[in-house]
Design a protein around this ligand. Structure first.
Ligand code: SF4
Length: 452
C-alpha cells in the first residue's frame, strides 16, 4: 500500500501516515485518488451475484474502477468521506463472509486444484478460531499475514508472508518465516495440530514485541532450536506459479482464469461480463493473486465462449499479454494528483516497446511519486512529473531517478530501451535478466540518446 491515512467515520482523518495500516471497510485509506477500501472475501470466494453487487456499489460510491491486488484482494478506489460509510454499510448488508483481522490466506483454488496436497481451508479455519479465542488478545502488526498453502498448480509460492504454513507430501506442514517460498526461512516441520500450536507461539512472540513486529523480526535460528527443526539442505525450491489468465482444463477440473488489464477494470465492464458468465453456468468466483480471478462452473465446451466474452470486455485472457506486465494507477483520468494520463502512455508503450514486456518484469507507470499501483520496487518505473517522467531503475515511484524524460519523448525513449534489449539479449535471456546485465549506465544512456 501507499502511505495512507486511515479515516475515522465519525470524524476527521486520523493523524497517521505510517505504512502498515490496512484499508479495511471500517478504516478506508486516503490516497491521491480518494479513499481506498480493500475487501477480503473469506477463502477468496464470491458468488457471481455478490461480485456484481460489490461492483455496483463501488460504481455508485467510488470512481468506478475495481482492482484485484497482487495478493488477490478486491480494492475499490475513489471513495469520499461521505460515500465511504455508505459503501461500507451496503457491503456489510450483503452478509457476505469477509475475512477480517489477521490475514490468513489460502490458495485461490483450495479444495478444487487437482494437484494440491491438501485443502488448506480447514487448517486456516482452525487457525482463525485460535487467533480469535486467544486470551489475552494478540496485538499484531496490521499488515501481518499468514499463508496456509496446501500446494497445487496455483499455490501461494510466490506470495510473501510473515509466517508460511506449507503442506508437505508426508502430511506434515512446514513453517517458515518472512518471505515467499523461495526466500522464507524454515523453522519447523510438524503435523497439523502441532503446526497450529507452533504458529500460535510465533504470534504470541510477535504480539509481545509490539504492533510493528513482523515475521522478519523473529530469530529463525532460535525458533528452529525451539521446534527441534533441522534443515535438510533442500534449498533452491522451484517456485513458478502460472498467471491465472487462460483456460484451465486438467484432471477433470476446468475453469476460466482472467487477469485485470493494468490490474483494474471498469465496474460496468465487470458487471456485464459476470452476468454473461452466469448464463454460461458460472456459479463461483475465486479471487487470485497476480490481479486475477477464476470463474468456476462453466462447462468445458463453453469456456472458449466465456474467454472470448472476457476479451471483448477488456480482460486479460492470455498470460503473455503485455498488459499483464504493466502496473499503473488511475492517472489523470481518475486522480487529481496525476500529472499525465498513465493509461494512454501504457497503451502506447505496449505497441512501442514489446521487447520489455516479455513477462519477466513489471513496468510501473505512476501518475505521481506516490506510486499507488505498485508501492514495492520494480525493475523499471516511470513516474510522472509536471513536464515529463522520471525513470527509476529497481526502485519505487518515489525512488531516485536515473533520468528525466520529457513527456513528448517518453515513448521513443522507452522504445529505444526496448530496442537495446532486443539486440543485446542473449539466447534464453529475459528482458529483466538482460537489463540487469546491462546495468544502470546502459539504461540511462539508451533513454537519453533520444534527446539527441
Ligand atoms: S496519480 Fe496515481 S500514484 Fe499519484 S496519487 Fe493518484 S493514483 Fe496515486
Amino acid at each position: 500500500m501507499t502511505e495512507c491515512s486511515p479515516i475515522d467515520f465519525n470524524g476527521a482523518a486520523i493523524a497517521s501516515t505510517r505504512r502498515g495500516v490496512c484499508p479495511a471497510l471500517d478504516a478506508p485509506m486516503q490516497t491521491g485518488d480518494g479513499l481506498l477500501v480493500r475487501l477480503r472475501p473469506l477463502d477468496s470466494r464470491l458468488t457471481p451475484a455478490a461480485f456484481v453487487t460489490i461492483a455496483e456499489t463501488a460504481a455508485r460510491h467510488g470512481n468506478g474502477l475495481m482492482e484485484v491486488t497482487a495478493r488477490g484482494n478486491l480494492q475499490v478506489r475513489g471513495l469520499t468521506p461521505a460515500s465511504a460509510p455508505l459503501f461500507s454499510a451496503e457491503i456489510l448488508a450483503m452478509d457476505m463472509p469477509l475475512a477480517t483481522g489477521l490475514a490468513i490466506e489460502t490458495p485461490p483454488l483450495a479444495g478444487l486444484d487437482p494437484e494440491e496436497i491438501i485443502d488448506a481451508r480447514p487448517l486456516a479455519d482452525v487457525l482463525r478460531a485460535r487467533v480469535v479465542l486467544e486470551e489475552p488478545a494478540l496485538s499484531l502488526a496490521a499488515k501481518l499475514s499468514i499463508t496456509v498453502d496446501g500446494g497445487g498448480r496455483f499455490s501461494l509460492k510466490n506470495v510473501s508472508a510473515d509466517i508460511r504454513l506449507t503442506a508437505l507430501p508426508d502430511n506434515t506442514w512446514q513453517i517458515a518465516l518472512a518471505g515467499d517460498d523461495h526466500t522464507a526461512k524454515p523453522v519447523a516441520r510438524l503435523p497439523a495440530d502441532a503446526a497450529v500450536d507452533a504458529v500460535m507461539a510465533l504470534l504470541r512472540a510477535l504480539s509481545a514485541m509490539g504492533r510493528r513486529a513482523r515475521g522478519r523480526d523473529l530469530d529463525a535460528g532460535e525458533w528452529r532450536s525451539r521446534f527441534g527443526f533441522e534443515e535438510n539442505g533442500q534449498g533452491g525450491r522451484e517456485h513458478s506459479v502460472p498467471s491465472p489468465a487462460g483456460l484451465h482444463l486438467w484432471d477433470g477440473f476446468s475453469a476460466l482464469g482472467l487477469a485485470l488489464p493494468f490490474c483494474q477494470i471498469e465496474a460496468a465492464a465487470l458487471i456485464a461480463f459476470i452476468r454473461e458468465t452466469e448464463a454460461l453456468g458460472c456459479h463461483e468466483i475465486r479471487l487470485a493473486p497476480d490481479h486475477g480471478f477464476f470463474l468456476i462452473g462453466i462447462a468445458p465446451a463453453q469456456l472458449a465462449a466465456a474467454r472470448d466474452a472476457a476479451a471483448a470486455r477488456g480482460f486479460v485472457v492470455d498470460p503473455q499479454e503485455p498488459a499483464n506486465h504493466i502496473a499503473l494507477c488511475a492517472g489523470a483520468r481518475g486522480c487529481a494528483s496525476a500529472f499525465f494520463d498513465t493509461h494512454a502512455l501504457a497503451r502506447t508503450l505496449i505497441a512501442a516497446a514489446p521487447a520489455l514486456l516479455d513477462g519477466s518484469l513489471t513496468l510501473h507507470v505512476s501518475g505521481c511519486p506516490k506510486g499507488c499501483a505498485h508501492p514495492a520496487p520494480t525493475p523499471l518505473t516511470l513516474t510522472a512529473a509536471p513536464t515529463g517522467y522520471a525513470l527509476v531503475v529497481n526502485g519505487s515511484a518515489s525512488g531516485s531517478p536515473e533520468a528525466y524524460i520529457a513527456a513528448k519523448d517518453v515513448t521513443h525513449a522507452i522504445a529505444r530501451l526496448a530496442a537495446l534489449v532486443g539486440t543485446a539479449r542473449r539466447a534464453g535471456e529475459t528482458a529483466a535478466g538482460c537489463l540487469q546485465r546491462l546495468g544502470r549506465d546502459a539504461i540511462r544512456e539508451a533513454v537519453r540518446q533520444d534527446r539527441e
